[in-house]
Design a protein around this ligand. Structure first.
Ligand code: RAM
Length: 900
């Protein structure tokens, strides 16, 4: 049997990437083989700008030759230098364990970005403030204070002519804070809230669009700029644009159209825009045809050339409108005030269709909650006005969708609507970074399925080109704690490689000379240095997860120096190996409180210090730096000793250390050292016992944990033989717990365990308690990655009373890993999919001592011993009620039967 051609080819992270800037892009592919237990033993990659060369199997830019290697992801280009802006093709074939070679894959392609500074001929441009005043001076909406000028959309335009046929046309564009780009009257691409957020002092990201099909003889480029995060309050100036069009003719000559002082600028219908504020769009001020060739822009002012940051390509999935929701319920508060319930809390905006008299003003307010009388409860929005206003021009059906704002909401209140407001007039647009769905989970327990859905909605609502804490209030920042605590769950569900890769770069750019990091990245809030170690550790945790799940060593290489500087910064702040001063939030938001009352900040900070140093030591190991491995391992050991000496008192950690009255065991203080195996072996059972005292006796199977403890609670219970108890905690419907939120009508996860409807910290769409979802994949479905890049995995269906089936699927870097199991009274069926190159350890439950286990038709276990051995299914050992086998790649169907 010959291996199948590789499929799903990716260059760098993406299937069809435009604008790569790494001069050594990486290649990945997925393998399939009709035979079980297959693995790649060698590969060959060829690269050429000429597709016809690939047909002849010639890689004139790179021919890797036959490389003996199992690597199927992140293979680094090593050919002749690549050209800026050029298109390349590549393909790959592979050899299996028997030395048989596959056919070549279909070709894939990638295109380089403008990675040399001299490629950029365009200039950053904006609109002169003075002109803005004079042209808007007679608009009497009472909004022309200094701040509102900031809030006005900036309109820019430029026409150009093209002779002859264009073979290839590209636009490279960045507009800070946000832009909408139009070509010949139509929006280019489907990105919204572009570009991705960064610290604009240091870098701005550009997108690349293929516009070959849209080029005419006469063309007009039109751009609206919005504020986004590029605002004075954060130390940035007014919005600005950088744009470059490349046109390629038959004769290969490249012609450019660039942003410069010849562009024209004006204000327009977008009178106000702010992420928190919302928009005010006055359709009466639309200038017909402004985005078409031939428009008379003689009254428009010339653009002003301004300074701007360096550019880098945006390689993360763009923010898009990914789903359109219809209202599920609606009611009226007054004859012209209506509330719409979309049935789901989400991030985005409302698309409005209206027909009515000129001058009519329609207002849309957004809220996560409603009061008992049906009015909106906007308290969770805090200072975010979250109101979009549209003024009708009075010409037929008018459709309005905001551009430069977004809201976190389930309910929208519409006032001022002319005529009958039917449900068809409103659509909820779900807006977030459009990461591809990579995993799937389902089980027989409805409540857990609902929690899983809430996690998905919460996770996506908080992917806005950076991982945010919430989408509704005037915050929405890249809090590092929230980011790393939910990252493993995100990685199971979505392809996060590029997204977190970009965020790590944001973190790196935010690092100060002294190695410290801020709590939020990009550091818009400025003041948040140095981070609480439980937030700052995101730098290492995210790098670790990217390495572990995506086999991405380059991430470790790239950030090793920065991560080491962060660890050294922690060391500088340690006193006798204990970090006393850096903690600010610690085990944030445990039941009933925001700041931790039971878990000391020194404990969480020092624990993170230990964790960071241990991670750094293992990164050094991956990167082949033995001295660093040893020295950081030694340091980790010393921290552990100091940690135990300071916090392990009376057979438990930190009891009575915060409040003198609090002598009871505290969950998080005990969970954290157990999670990292820091507890001295002779004390482990006792400490675990104290944790169980709290979870079972004091809290009746509920968490008394904030975001740190929650991340590890279920895992610590499960890994120490109390999976059944963890399951009970996970399935509680009473306070505090995930099921309690569901019972209270939550459609996302909350920031607090409590149901809070007043002001203060009570977002109903936070993701920081979302780690439970990773536990669903690993424990409920029983699919666990145990070596970097899913080289190894363990499949182990749990035997929890009340759970009869579960399944999960994950698209790993090696291909699809899947498990599906179902338990009946006297049997358990388990189907397993193992990717090529992965080794799976299966834990098959024995339903009774004299049980029988079969794979397909062959018996592999009978009467207490392994039987019918095959090369594909290797018996390992028996562990209590589980029999362990090892299998290679392929699809398997097992059945465990009670025969007695
Ligand atoms: C809140 C955020 C976030 C948390 C910080 C410490 O403001 O919502 O979730 O990380 O506090």
């Amino acid at each position: 049997m010959t291996p199948l051609p590789p499929s799903l080819l990716r260059s760098e992270y993406l299937t069809n990437p435009l604008g790569l800037n790494s001069t050594s892009p990486r290649f990945s592919w997925i393998l399939e083989h009709p035979r079980r237990a297959s693995r790649q033993t060698a590969y060959q990659v060829i690269v050429s700008p000429e597709p016809s060369f690939l047909d002849k199997e010639v890689g004139d830019y790179w021919d890797s030759g036959r490389v003996e290697s199992e690597r199927t992801s992140g293979v680094v280009y090593d050919g002749v230098p690549l050209w800026s802006g050029k298109l390349y093709f590549w393909k790959v074939r592979w050899w299996d364990g028997e030395g048989k070679v596959s056919p070549w894959s279909d070709p894939a392609w990638f295109e380089m970005g403008l990675f040399q500074e001299r490629d950029w001929k365009a200039k950053w441009i904006s609109r002169q403030e003075a002109a803005e005043f004079s042209s808007r001076g007679n608009v009497t909406l009472g909004v022309l204070s200094g701040e509102s000028i900031q809030n006005m959309g900036i309109y820019l335009r430029k026409e150009f002519k093209v002779k002859g046929e264009t073979r290839r046309a590209r636009i490279y564009v960045s507009g800070l804070g946000y832009y909408e780009l139009r070509l010949n009257g139509r929006k280019v691409g489907d990105h919204v809230l572009d570009p991705a957020q960064t610290d604009y002092r240091k870098v701005a990201l550009y997108s690349v669009f293929d516009i070959t099909a849209d080029i005419r003889e006469k063309n007009s480029l039109a751009v609206i700029l919005g504020n986004g995060r590029h605002i004075k309050a954060y130390g940035y100036g007014k919005p600005r644009l950088m744009l470059q069009v490349h046109l390629e003719r038959e004769n290969e000559l490249i012609e450019r159209v660039v942003s410069d002082e010849t562009w024209k600028t004006s204000s327009g219908a977008l009178l106000e825009n702010g992420i928190y504020l919302g928009e005010r769009y006055d359709a009466r001020l639309e200038q017909d045809g402004w985005d078409l060739p031939g428009f008379d822009d003689s009254s428009w002012a010339g653009a002003e050339v301004v300074e701007g940051p360096r550019l880098a390509p945006q390689l993360i999935p763009p923010i898009r409108v990914t789903e359109r929701l219809r209202p599920v319920q609606t009611w009226s508060l007054r004859p012209d005030v209506h509330v719409f319930d979309f049935g789901q809390n989400f991030s985005g905006w409302v698309r409005l269709t209206a027909r009515g008299p000129r001058d009519r003003e329609i207002r849309i307010r957004h809220a996560e909650l409603v009061n008992e009388d049906g009015t909106l409860n906007v308290l969770p929005n805090q200072n975010a006005e979250a109101t979009d206003i549209y003024l009708l021009k009075g010409q037929g059906d008018e459709v309005y969708e905001p551009r430069f704002t977004y809201h976190g909401f389930r309910y929208a209140e519409v006032s001022g609507y002319p005529g009958e407001l039917s449900r068809d007039c409103l659509e909820g647009c779900f807006v977030h970074s459009d990461v591809s769905k990579n995993g799937d989970f389902r089980c027989s327990h409805d409540l857990l399925n609902r929690v899983h859905q809430n996690v998905l909605w919460g996770q996506l609502s908080n992917l806005m080109s950076i991982p945010t804490d919430c989408p509704q209030r005037d915050e929405r920042q890249g809090w590092l704690g929230d980011a790393h605590l939910s990252a493993e769950e995100a990685i199971f569900n979505f392809d996060m490689a590029a997204f977190y890769g970009k965020f790590l770069e944001d973190i790196r750019l935010a690092q100060r000379e002294d190695g410290s990091l801020p709590d939020t990245v990009p550091p818009y809030l400025g003041k948040l240095y140095p981070a609480d170690p439980a937030w700052g550790i995101a730098y290492l945790e995210l790098a670790w997860l990217l390495y572990y799940y995506y086999d991405d060593e380059r991430i470790l290489q790239k950030h090793f120096a920065g991560m080491r500087r962060y660890v050294d910064h922690l060391t500088k702040n340690a006193d006798g190996k204990i970090i006393q001063k850096l903690g600010k939030y610690g085990d944030w938001c445990s039941p009933g409180v925001v700041a931790p009352k039971k878990t000391p900040l020194e404990l969480t900070s020092t624990w993170c210090y230990y964790r960071a140093v241990s991670l750094l030591s293992s990164f050094a190991d991956v990167l082949g730096r033995p001295d660093d491995v040893r020295s950081y391992a030694r340091l980790a050991d010393d921290i552990k000793t100091a940690f135990n000496a300071k916090f392990l008192l009376d057979d438990q950690y930190a009891a009575g250390r915060v409040g003198p009255a609090d002598k009871n065991p505290n969950q998080t203080s005990n969970i954290l050292p157990l999670a990292l195996d820091m507890v001295p072996p002779e004390k482990k059972e006792i400490v675990l016992g104290r944790l169980l005292d709290s979870v079972v006796k004091e809290w009746d199977y509920h968490p008394d944990t904030g975001i740190l403890g929650t991340r590890y609670l279920l895992d610590v219970l499960t890994e120490n033989g109390h999976g059944e108890k963890a399951f009970r905690v996970a399935t509680q419907r009473t306070y505090p717990g995930w099921g309690y939120m569901v019972e209270q009508g939550a459609t996302t996860l909350w920031e607090r365990w409590e149901k809070l409807t007043g002001g203060g910290m009570n977002s109903h769409n936070h993701i920081m308690l979302g780690s439970i979802d990773a536990w669903f994949y690993r424990v409920i479905a029983g699919l666990k990655c145990t070596a970097p890049g899913w080289k190894k995995m363990i499949i182990r269906p749990p035997l929890f009373a009340g759970l009869t089936e579960a399944s999960a699927e994950v698209m790993t870097v090696r291909g699809k890993a899947g498990v599906s199991w179902r338990r009946e009274e006297r049997s358990l069926q388990l189907t397993v999919q193992v990717p090529v190159g992965t080794e799976a350890e299966l834990h098959l439950p024995l339903l009774e001592e004299a049980g029988l286990i079969k794979e397909g038709e062959s018996v592999i276990w009978r009467d207490g011993t392994a039987s019918g051995q095959t090369a594909e299914i290797l018996f390992l050992r028996r562990e209590n009620e589980f029999v362990l086998f090892r299998v290679g790649s392929g699809f398997y169907v097992f059945r465990s039967e009670a025969t007695g």
